[in-house]
Design a protein around this ligand. Structure first.
Ligand SMILES: CC(=O)SCCNC(=O)CCNC(=O)[C@H](O)C(C)(C)COP(=O)(O)OP(=O)(O)OC[C@H]1O[C@@H](n2cnc3c(N)ncnc32)[C@H](O)[C@@H]1OP(=O)(O)O
Ligand SMILES: O=C([O-])CC(=O)C(=O)O
Length: 371
């Protein structure tokens, strides 16, 4: 029995939700390029949960259900106020709040498919409110109630800032949500599936997944990319900063991928958005810096950018606090996590691999007084 480090190349589940084959990403057979250009986030949620695109009335129903379920228990907001707000990371607050949403859901442990679908809607609706409420509470502001007439992306930005976003902001944010919604058996989705394969509940699965997404080798990389751009500060500093990191064999956040070899197909969409938005906000240097970093890493390391690289400058251009980038990833990825959780329940078997033991051979117990 020998171990495959990091389970590279191991096929651990069958899934109808998304696929990555020869660097092409599809959700239920629809190319991500097609969806990024044409679909709304709500359509993608429906697609992932039902493995087909919604008809007009089905989409309208889902939008209504999301709008109807966006409010969160006051206890969650009150609990935020007790946190050490100057230091707590929003991903830690989100992880805790999603767990708390389960505490307040009287169907949390009802395991039939209809109840699980109702929880999916509640969770997807409320997670946007949780992230935006926390972002406001920590600034001493009251949460802003969602506007039922706004779509999901617009509502998120409205609840975050307290004013209705411009059309271009909604378009960019909606596209970012579509691009992050699902990604086959990535670490956080695998975590969710492992958790619920014990027949644990949806909230436990998503809470576990948030914990996995938080790390800088996964979803946490987008915040680290922005930290790097901030540290670099200007176009003229890029070369020395990046060269120094490469010479020291440090990883450059936002590059490399376990599955893609030629490149992450989501990155070009975010790159175009980054160029457009940084120009509009009068910060084109951020985009120019990103391109210069990109060219150096591709040339010297042959590593393409992943989804986290250009998303950093996109979110920054939308005026979003840098430590909210990963929670936003979680808001979008909840749709994928939930799809995989429902798929796991529908054809469940406990996930329990083996470990290759590399410790000492048989030993005889020695009483503590004789050691
Ligand atoms: C949404 C997402 O989760 S996308 C990924 C987000 N994460 C990041 O952007 C963090 C930076 N990237 C990485 O750490 C990695 O590329 C990962 C975690 C994404 C993939 O990891 P793995 O498939 O395990 O590749 P691994 O870390 O073993 O790297 C293979 C080689 O490429 C190098 N490498 C990989 N990524 C990078 C990078 N970003 N910068 C510099 N070198 C890198 C490694 O140092 C290693 O080199 P070596 O063989 O000489 O030791
Ligand atoms: O698939 C992965 O390993 C990471 C990733 O890009 C994602 O989760 O979007």
């Amino acid at each position: 029995m020998s171990a495959t480090k990091g389970l590279e190349g191991i096929v651990a589940a069958e899934s109808k939700i998304s696929s990555i084959i020869d660097d092409t990403l599809t959700y239920v057979g629809y190319n991500i390029d097609d969806l990024a250009e044409n679909a709304s986030f709500e359509e993608v949620i429906y697609l992932l949960w039902h493995t087909r695109l919604p008809k007009a009335d089905e989409l309208a129903e889902l939008k209504q259900q999301l709008a109807d379920n966006m409010s969160i228990p006051q206890a969650i907001v009150d609990q935020f106020k007790t946190y050490p707000l100057s230091t707590v990371h929003p991903m830690a607050a989100l992880r805790t709040a999603v767990s708390l949403l389960g505490v307040f859901d009287d169907e949390a442990d009802v395991m039939d498919p209809e109840a699980n679908y109702r929880k999916a809607i509640r969770l997807q609706a409320k997670i946007a409110t949780v992230v935006t409420a926390f972002a406001r509470v920590r600034k001493g502001l009251e949460p802003v109630a969602p506007k039922p007439e706004l779509g999901y992306a617009a509502n998120f930005l409205y609840m975050l800032k307290g004013e209705e976003p411009a059309a271009i902001e909604v378009e960019a944010f909606d596209k970012a949500l579509v691009l992050h919604a699902d990604h086959e058996l990535n670490a956080s989705t695998f975590t969710a599936r492992v958790c619920v394969a014990t027949l644990s509940d949806v909230y436990s699965g998503v809470t576990a997944a948030i914990g996995a997404l938080k790390g800088p080798l996964h979803g946490g990389a987008n915040e680290q990319v922005m930290k790097m751009l901030t540290e670099i500060g200007s176009l003229e500093n890029v070369e020395s900063y990046i060269q120094n990191k490469l010479d020291n064999k440090e990883k450059i956040m936002g590059f490399g991928h376990r599955v893609y070899r030629k490149g992450d197909p989501r990155a070009p969409h975010l790159r175009v958005m980054s160029q457009k938005l940084t120009e509009l906000t009068g910060k084109p240097e951020l985009y120019e810096m990103s391109v210069k970093i990109h060219d150096m890493i591709v040339e010297q390391k042959k590593l393409p950018a992943n989804v986290d690289f250009f998303s950093a400058s996109v979110y920054d251009s939308l005026g979003i606090d840098h430590d909210l980038f990963t929670p936003i990833f979680a808001v979008s990825r909840t749709s994928g996590w939930v799809a995989h959780i429902l798929e796991q329940y529908a054809n469940n078997r406990l996930i329990r691999p083996r470990a290759e033991y590399v410790g000492p051979g048989m030993q005889k117990y020695i009483p503590v007084s004789e050691r």
